[in-house]
Design a binder for this molecule. Sequence first.
Ligand code: FES
Length: 69
Amino acid sequence: MADVRIQVLENAPLLVTGAVSLVDHQGNPIPTPKDGVIALCRCGASKTRPFCDGNHKIIGFDGSLCLQP
Ligand code: FES
């Protein structure tokens, strides 16, 4: 099995590396970049969700509030 890594970037997206299958709420495949690196939006402001489009910078996303246990 290939290793998959999900990194929570500071005030930014979730960076997913490795071979994963991304599907929508109905189980339909969502095309992903061929390089195996996916940035998933966690701020809610992306216009290309589920992918990050950089809008977290514009809205001043504070990711520290998402790391509370
Ligand atoms: S995390 Fe980058 S646009 Fe939402």
